[in-house]
Design a binder for this molecule. Sequence first.
Ligand code: TZP
Ligand code: MG
Length: 227
Amino acid sequence: AEYSKIPERQVLKASNLRLYAVTDSGLNKRWQRSAVEAVRSAIKGGATMVQLRVKEAETLDFFKEAVSCVEVAKHSRIPIVINDRVDIAMACGADGVHLGQSDLPARQARMLLGSDKIIGVSCQTLEQVQKAYEDGADYVGSGAVFPTTTKKINSAIGLEHLYALCRGSPLPVVAIGGINASNVKEVLRERPSTLHGVAVISALFDQPDVCKATQELAEIISDVFNS
Ligand code: TZP
Ligand code: MG
């Protein structure tokens, strides 16, 4: 992989981005599951990385959830990153943080977290990808590839734009937004060398059986990568 050229940041392996499970506090509430149950089921089903994404929670509640999720993920040796909050990522011992364009810049997050932690940045343009790279990010999340109701988005970028971002990206890319078992093959139809997998929320967590949904998606993704 491209980023193996940066020796001090080998905590993230390309294969970790294959099936990246992103939790959603709203969906957990709707399905009456705790974040830790959601994370445990996704890991059991074959998720290769986890992001704890908590919106509109008190800091203490977010922190406590993060501590339990980190424990589960560490036990399974699956990297876990915290959405938005560098402070919580540091405090709970997570493997890193995932930042949006309105969060702390990756450069400052890197100064706070040091060189051993994973930093991901959501990017919609090549300029943002380039900046994330220069700031010391480890990977880029690009999307929303397709329309989604999980998050308010301006517009979906579509597959051609995703592939163009991947071709211009010095960092590994994970595609996100509206991806599920029915369209994941289509997303991975073209595989620029930097496109390492997909990140999903509702395809795993807006389902009655998270473990089964993860297994089904994981199976399709392995078929694609092994073909
Ligand atoms: N960033 C871009 S789209 C999105 C995020 C967090 C939501 C993805 O959710 P889903 O349910 O997999 O479409
Ligand atoms: Mg964010």
